[in-house]
Write a protein that binds this ligand. Structure first.
Ligand code: FEO
Length: 403
């Protein structure tokens, strides 16, 4: 790969991660992910914004691109760390070893993390909100944007070129052959659409109120380019990704999309037997429905659609007096990610004894669900159960459509 030029003296050096590893050890990457770092070269000083970790050849890829920029004479004077998560800092110790004079600039909260993660204390300086750094013809401003996605997070703004280096914020999953939003093929655009929403739901959704605050904070900064550390660089429509993130963040409080996510699990097919009736009830009101079977589907994809949906339908049988465990896991993930205040229906089968409904009620309270009703039955569902499920789903879909 070659460095990508964003402006005079400003380059992206990046790595395409195509591993089968899980992101953060939990989220699948069927389309990979980008790790983006940025060089900003002024007349006097040069800065590297964010690092990568030793993952699928990322360190080597970035080093090769840096060597193409002919930095030998000037070197790198500063390493700006916007965010301490190891996908952006994993290579820090080896980088400092190779660049012993580099000064690390970060938020105050990042300073102890650098020591705890990498044992580095020397040449580390905390910058303040609004502080600027003169590079000679280029000036960087540091903007504290906590909790997008850790408490120590900040963004870096290139004042002269109007470029925002936003790290996790405005990022996406997926690997892209092209660097910029205006270069993407139709296939890449489609990939970006899905992988931005899945990334947001999986990584950032819990911190949505901070996303809204962070966006308000950068609003006073004119944007020619938004350059995140995952995904593509937005130069044709920098405000598109900012507005998109704002909309995704507002799903926490609502309103959301007039859609329903139906997630079900079944042991012997008796809970599964109700799914067609529920889907038919929803579709009779022309409301889109996303249907997932678990554990066959990873929670990453369930969370992506549940985050945007006004309605949730949850189906699971009783297993050893409680909910079928894979569905407990799904509800735990949804609750942690603040998938709250949805209209909801629960359905499921039981054998000798129930118990799933009682445990599900705990999640109804935790997630503040507006429970529209339940269809629970012993063994296989009767025609009456199926009719009840159809009517309940139809009624919920109608309420969502008319809201
Ligand atoms: Fe891309 Fe929160 O790290």
């Amino acid at each position: 790969m070659k460095p990508d030029k964003l402006a005079d003296g400003v380059f992206r050096v990046s790595a395409k991660i195509g591993t089968r590893d899980l992101f953060e050890g939990i989220w699948p990457l069927p389309n990979g992910v980008m790790l983006n770092s940025y060089i900003v070269r002024g007349q006097k000083k040069t800065v590297l914004v964010d690092l990568v970790k030793d993952w699928d050849g990322a360190v080597l890829a970035v080093e090769e691109q840096l060597s193409e920029l002919d930095l030998k004479n000037t070197g790198i004077d500063y390493l700006v760390i916007n965010h301490m998560e190891p996908d952006h800092t994993g290579a820090m110790a080896s980088f400092v070893e190779k660049n012993p004079k580099v000064e690390i600039l970060c938020s105050e909260k990042a300073v102890p993390l650098i020591k705890w993660f990498y044992g580095i204390e020397k040449n580390v300086r905390a910058v303040k909100d609004g502080e600027t750094l003169d590079l000679g013809g280029k000036t960087l401003e540091f903007i504290m944007t906590p909790n997008i996605h850790w408490p120590e997070t900040m963004m870096t703004y290139d004042i002269e070129d109007r470029i925002l280096f936003s790290c996790d914020a405005f990022g996406s999953f997926g690997r892209y052959e092209h660097c910029f939003d205006d270069e993407l093929s139709e296939e890449e655009k489609e990939l970006l659409s899905g992988e931005t929403e899945r990334y947001f739901a999986n990584i950032v959704s819990t911190f949505s109120s901070f996303v809204i605050r962070g966006i308000a904070k950068v609003e006073g900064h004119p944007l020619s380019i938004v350059a995140p550390s995952h995904g593509v660089v937005w130069r044709k429509e920098p405000h598109k990704i900012v507005d998109w993130y704002h909309r995704l963040a507002t799903y926490m409080q609502g309103p959301r999309e007039k859609e329903i996510t139906l997630v079900w699990s079944s042991m012997y097919g008796n809970t599964a037997a109700l799914v067609p009736s529920l889907v038919a009830g929803i579709e009779s009101e022309q409301i889109p429905v996303h249907v997932f079977e678990v554990p066959q589907t990873h929670e990453s994809f369930v969370l992506e659609k549940a985050w945007r949906s006004e309605g949730l339908i949850i189906g699971m049988p009783t297993y050893e007096y409680k909910m079928f465990p894979p569905m407990y896991h799904i509800l735990d993930i949804l609750e942690r990610s603040h998938v709250n205040d949805r209209k909801a229906i629960r359905f499921g089968s039981y054998g000798w004894s129930g118990g799933a409904q009682k445990q599900f009620s705990e999640f109804v309270d935790l997630m503040k669900l507006d429970l529209q009703g339940c269809v629970e039955y012993q063994g296989a569902p009767t025609e009456e159960d199926k009719k009840k499920a159809y009517e309940l789903a139809k009624s919920m879909a109608k309420a969502i459509r008319e809201a």
